[in-house]
Write a protein that binds this ligand. Structure first.
Ligand SMILES: NC(=O)c1ccc[n+]([C@@H]2O[C@H](COP(=O)([O-])OP(=O)(O)OC[C@H]3O[C@@H](n4cnc5c(N)ncnc54)[C@H](OP(=O)(O)O)[C@@H]3O)[C@@H](O)[C@H]2O)c1
Ligand SMILES: [Zn+2]
Ligand SMILES: [Zn+2]
Length: 348
């Protein structure tokens, strides 16, 4: 076991501040990683502030982790010391259920072990994430970063990347399709890049007129301002697929009419109960509303390799760990362009 510096919140109203934790000793199948960069996901804010009523304190967030291997268990067979690796949103699952054996650990029927805030036998009783100097993770849940990708820009791929790549793949996004990405934040900007790279006509649907030029630069063919009812009305029935990344409860009915017959809106913004869904928007047009959670380990590696091939990384603003509380405030105001990444060298 080893003591490790982190940043943690002690309650739902406390700022993040320095805090020491204990990591488990390296077991035969474990990989110890010295963390270089950790992305800042809106989920970190939801959990630090206990938006979902399930937070354990002190909480050490962070599930977009990139670093270098510093120790290997005796049975680790595919990684080497000093190699650049990554860890995403979960660090364990049952490995035997129908979901796990189908490479969808994120839908483990026994519940996966999240990278932070999940029950564990490790010291502390629940997992601690990537706002930390190091982490110890079973090799099955450790990804590799393709050579040539900027490691800081790659960190957000571990959550924002896979959360948008997976549904775009699942719903078969390809040339000839028209795709709308709703919300230009961490997830949304990756969604635009992936939809564009998969060859679809891509429309950024945003509340922020001032992000329009960036959306086009990121790969959108068009920008639709969702607060303009005339513009929204003019796009009725045009979209094959909508990916909704909005992080607060909102009225889905506002977006459903944009879908074609048989179109799907996939919700990835984790918002819980929301305004009542009008069945008319489903029935008239045989439309669907669906959800999607990150992606399995195999698909996450495929996504990273896809990014290596297409040279896709996140647009980041690098911060010091001491700037994290201010970064949260800016994310809540939709001011991040487009993902904060913590330089972990700034943590002593
Ligand atoms: N399903 C999953 O597996 C998964 C994984 C990761 C994260 N999440 C969840 O996904 C959500 C987004 O995360 P993120 O890190 O991308 O957040 P983010 O960086 O804060 O971006 C969210 C964007 O949504 C838009 N938005 C914010 N408030 C809005 C409002 N009131 N009405 C309409 N649009 C609004 C803004 O874009 P515009 O300025 O363009 O309007 C904002 O930039 C969070 O709820 C997070 O917990 C889910
Ligand atoms: Zn996340
Ligand atoms: Zn399972």
């Amino acid at each position: 076991m080893s003591h490790t510096s982190t940043y943690a919140a002690k309650s739902n109203s406390s700022p993040l501040e320095p805090h020491s934790i204990t990591r488990r000793s390296v077991r035969p199948k474990d990989v110890q990683i010295s963390i270089e960069y950790c992305g800042v996901c809106h989920t970190d804010i939801h959990l630090v502030r206990n938006d979902w009523g399930m937070s354990n304190y002190p909480i050490v967030p962070g599930h977009e982790i990139v670093g270098k291997v510093t120790a290997l268990g005796s049975e680790v067979d595919h990684l080497s010391l000093g190699q650049r690796v990554a860890v995403g949103c979960f660090v364990d699952s049952c490995r035997t259920c129908a979901s796990c054996t189908a490479d969808m650990e994120q839908y483990c029927l026994s519940g996966f072990t999240a990278t932070y805030n999940s029950a564990t036998e490790d010291p502390g009783g629940f997992t601690f994430g990537g706002y930390s100097k190091n982490i110890v993770v079973d090799q099955h849940f450790v990804l590799t970063i393709p050579k040539g990708l900027d490691p800081a820009g790659a960190a957000p791929l571990l959550c924002a990347g896979i959360t948008t790549y997976s549904p775009l793949q699942h719903w078969g996004v390809k040339p000839g399709m028209k795709v709308g990405i709703i919300g230009l934040g961490g997830l949304g900007h990756m969604g635009v890049k992936f939809s564009h790279a998969m060859g679809a006509k891509t429309v950024m649907i945003t509340t922020s007129q001032n992000k329009a030029a960036d959306a086009l630069r990121l790969g959108a063919d068009e920008v639709l301002i969702s607060t303009d009812p005339v513009a929204m009305q003019s796009k009725t029935g045009e979209f094959d697929f909508l990916l909704n990344t909005i992080p607060v409860p909102h009225d889905f009915n506002q977006y459903m009419p944009l879908l074609k017959v048989d179109g799907t809106m996939c919700i990835v913004g984790a918002v819980g109960p929301t305004a009542e869904l009008n069945s008319g928007n489903l029935i008239f047009g045989r439309r669907s509303v669906a959800g999607s959670l990150v992606g399995g380990i195999k698909e996450t590696q495929e996504m990273l390799d896809f990014c290596g091939k297409h040279n896709i990384v996140s647009e980041i603003e690098m911060i010091k760990i001491s700037e994290i509380n201010e970064a949260y405030e800016r994310m809540i105001k939709s001011e991040v362009k487009y993902r904060f990444v913590i330089d972990m060298a700034s943590l002593n």
